[in-house]
Write a protein that binds this ligand. Structure first.
Ligand code: ADP
Ligand code: ZN
Length: 744
């Protein structure tokens, strides 16, 4: 019996991965009483079936009569530490989802480790060649020969196949002590001892010394590691300023002090090259990403849990990795919206990382060349400590940025209208010097803003300050936050031009045009249509890196983190696209994206050049990107966001309604909004229901409601209520998103 004082705790509260906020109560059978503790994975009866769950706490009594018993403890399942359990409790509570759902995200499914028989060569001194003699020596020599060439452990089954023999020669060699047969984990994720052996020392040295700014940042973070105190650092370093070196040296300091380190990267940046940069200098690492199988995830988790590996490198969900004695968390590219999970639990890994650091009393480093407005405001208010890397390493200069004002152009340079004369000249010059060109066009085929092609005037909602969206069938512009509508005049109110409703084509068209303009050039395209897998993307980038491709055209996929030294011209074909998105972050996203794209130029020895085509050159987002000045951007954004209470000056939650039937969807949404309006206090503002910018998705009509408040608590209370309400029609799917990133 689990005793607490004299009272006996016979009841376990079990989190089961279903969308119910509270855990379920079960009786602990006598024989399991010593093995059931908070964090234990268990199998429990659930309706007519059995399900996995995790014990979150023990209790003396339960309000529910007639409890069922825990069936068994999952012997090889992953046990949750107290630290992680408390982090997951916070996550479920904050993002309003089931505790079981949160745990399921954090942990690999309990799997039995499929151990297989493997063979390892026993290296003996002075052994020169396979020298087996006597009966069957041929087969044995073949095995030895093979193992000499492939000294890593290999599953017995594969060895037998490779050598074309039965397994008896291998067993004979085992008896003679020339090979070893052992039970081990399948080698696709490495055998223990292989990645960790002392024979593969990692090179801890760097080919350079950190510069002054790097040194100062490293120093501050190290101090905090040794103090063992919570603090969040915002490492704001321009592209190419050597942020990774700061991560590596501070991680080294934590590891040397026997502490664990957690490094988060956006999934897209988790390339073999990036992983190598860390492992080269930091040694054994558990790499966690979404492509792993359950077994692989389980193995990495086990190595972390046992303390065998102290460093975890991973994407979003790795924020819950069971790193032992955690001493430092690093979030690279912390502004990336991919840190936000777009299904339940809708957590933001950057914010969970900060909370984990807070709960564990350790430093957290948020690195970025283009921090979010939230992070900048947090640092301005002193909640985060800012560390700045203002220069590129090795005196490399930032790229020069040239604005091409498309309003001033007479005619266009090409038939698609996407390339200006100036842009074509720049491309030609660059190709003439045998250098490479990266062209960027972020075109999404929906939510078209109404925007004057001549003067750049854009229709915005007077109460929400977001671009209004053109609806062709009704011929009106509508705000997708508050649903306000306006008819569109025939002429632009600012310059009286008559082309308000025209749009331009996308990446495929650019590729075509380029091929006709530069017929002897190899052009490649990187977007959702050409990239069908991570490998495919690597191939396209590899070809570009090796100089096989001269021009690469792409969507925002090309903007992120790729380091291609041969690129000296980066062309942004339409800097205004993101400005037209119906999202209060559109200026922020535009400036971030342009800064990131600009950072792709001149990473090698030749200086880089960036050309931006725009119709709104005076827009502050574009001006701030040109000067790479995000503080200036915050200044502008703050004035609007303060007034309209958008984050970081207010909190936001979003409720999305989806139904195949448009009428039912509206009725469900209206009923819930009415209900919310009855109980909402003055503190929360309810906007909508309005059509979501993506009005129809996979056959479903979509509406959304925004909740705005300056009180996080009031907002979440209302959100919880919305989450627990049954919709008017059962066919309507309702989702709640706290701190939404995606408003489309
Ligand atoms: P960021 O992540 O800030 O864009 P990186 O960390 O990728 O920049 O660094 C850019 C390049 O500069 C890398 O190749 C890195 O090895 C190199 N580097 C970093 N610090 C220094 C330094 N102090 N001196 C010389 N080279 C450096
Ligand atoms: Zn509005």
């Amino acid at each position: 019996m689990t005793r607490n004082g004299d009272r006996v705790k016979k009841i376990a509260r079990v989190a089961i991965p279903v969308p119910v906020h509270e855990p379920f109560d079960y009786l602990i059978p006598e024989e399991l009483s010593s093995s059931v503790t908070p964090g234990t994975p268990v199998l429990v009866p659930f309706g007519p079936t059995r399900r996995y769950g995790w014990v979150t706490e023990l209790a003396e009594s339960s309000p529910h009569p007639r409890l069922r018993k825990i069936h068994s403890v999952v012997e090889d399942g992953a046990t949750l530490s107290e630290e992680l359990l408390s982090l997951l409790n916070w996550t479920a509570d904050y993002y309003v989802c089931g505790i079981g759902e949160a745990i399921e995200t954090a942990l690999p499914k309990p799997v039995r480790e499929r151990k297989v028989r493997q063979v390892r060569w026993v290296r003996t001194q002075g052994e020169s060649s396979p020298d087996e003699k006597g009966g069957g020596a041929d087969a044995r020599n073949r095995v030895l020969e093979f193992l000499r060439e492939h000294p890593k452990p290999i599953p017995l089954r594969r060895l037998v196949e490779e050598c074309g023999i039965s397994d008896s020669p291998v067993k004979t060699l085992h008896k003679k002590g020339r090979v070893e047969i052992f039970e081990g984990l399948p080698p696709e994720f490495g055998t223990p001892g292989e990645t960790l052996s002392a024979e593969s020392p990692w090179d801890q040295s760097a080919p350079f010394d950190p510069n002054e700014e790097q040194q100062a940042a490293i120093q501050r973070i190290r101090e905090q590691i040794f103090l063992e105190e919570y603090r969040t650092f915002l490492l704001h370093g321009v592209t190419g300023s050597g942020k990774t070196e700061v991560y590596i040296r501070t991680a080294q300091a934590a590891l040397a002090a026997e502490k664990g380190v957690l490094v988060l990267l956006p999934e897209i940046a988790l390339t073999p090259q990036a992983i190598e940069r860390f492992t080269e200098r930091l040694g054994p690492v558990a790499v966690l990403h979404s492509m792993l199988s359950d077994t692989e995830r389980a193995v990495h988790h086990e190595r972390l849990r046992s303390g065998e590996v102290k460093l975890a490198l991973g994407a979003r969900s790795a924020v819950f990795a069971p790193v032992q004695n955690l001493g430092l968390i690093i979030v690279d590219e912390s502004h990336e919206s991919s840190y936000k999970q777009e299904n339940n639990p809708r957590y933001h890994a950057r914010d969970v990382a900060v909370m984990r650091a807070h709960q564990s009393g350790i430093p957290c480093v948020l690195g970025s060349a283009t921090p979010s407005m939230e992070s900048l405001e947090n640092s301005r208010q002193g909640r985060y400590e800012k560390l700045v890397l203002s220069k590129r390493v090795s005196d490399r200069s930032m790229a020069t940025i040239e604005i091409i004002d498309r309003r001033k152009e007479k005619g266009t340079g090409d038939s698609s209208g996407l390339l200006s004369r100036r842009m074509i000249d720049l491309i030609r010059e660059t190709l003439g010097r045998n250098e490479q060109v990266l062209l960027f066009l972020n075109r999404r085929g929906f939510a078209r803003d109404v925007n004057c092609r001549q003067c750049g005037y854009s229709f915005r909602c007077s109460s929400c300050d977001i671009p209004m969206t053109y609806h062709k069938h009704r011929d009106v512009a509508q705000c997708h936050y508050c649903a306000e509508q306006r008819s569109i005049p025939d002429r632009c109110p600012q310059c009286h031009f008559t082309g308000l409703r025209q749009r331009s084509p996308g990446t495929e068209r650019v590729e075509e045009t380029l091929l006709s303009l530069f017929p002897d050039t190899t052009v490649d395209r990187l977007d959702r249509d050409t990239v069908t897998s991570g490998r495919r993307m690597e191939q396209i980038l590899q070809r570009f890196r090796e100089g096989e491709t001269q021009i690469l055209v792409g969507t925002q996929m090309v903007a992120k983190g790729h380091d291609i030294p041969g690129v000296t011209l980066v062309g942004v074909l339409d800097a205004d696209v993101a400005l037209g998105l119906p999202d209060f972050r559109s200026a922020e996203k535009t400036a971030q994206l342009l800064c990131q794209v600009a950072g792709r130029a001149g990473r090698g020895d030749s200086p880089g050049r960036v050309a931006l085509q725009t119709r709104q050159p005076e827009h502050y987002a574009i001006a701030c990107a040109v000067h790479q000045d995000l503080e200036q951007l915050l200044e502008h954004e703050n004035s609007v966001r303060q007034m309209l209470r958008y984050p970081p000056h207010g909190f936001l939650a979003r409720i999305v309604f989806e139904d195949e039937d448009e009428k039912r969807n509206r009725e469900s949404a209206e009923q819930l909004v009415n209900r919310l309006q009855e109980i909402a206090t003055q503190q929360v503002q309810i906007l909508g229901p309005a059509p979501a910018p993506l009005e129809k998705l996979r056959g479903r009509f979509r509406l959304h409601v925004l909740l705005k408040s300056s009180s996080r608590e009031a907002l979440r209370e209302l959100g919880k209520l919305a989450h627990s309400e049954k919709p008017r029609w059962s066919s309507t799917r309702i989702t709640l998103d706290i701190d939404p990133q995606n408003l489309l």
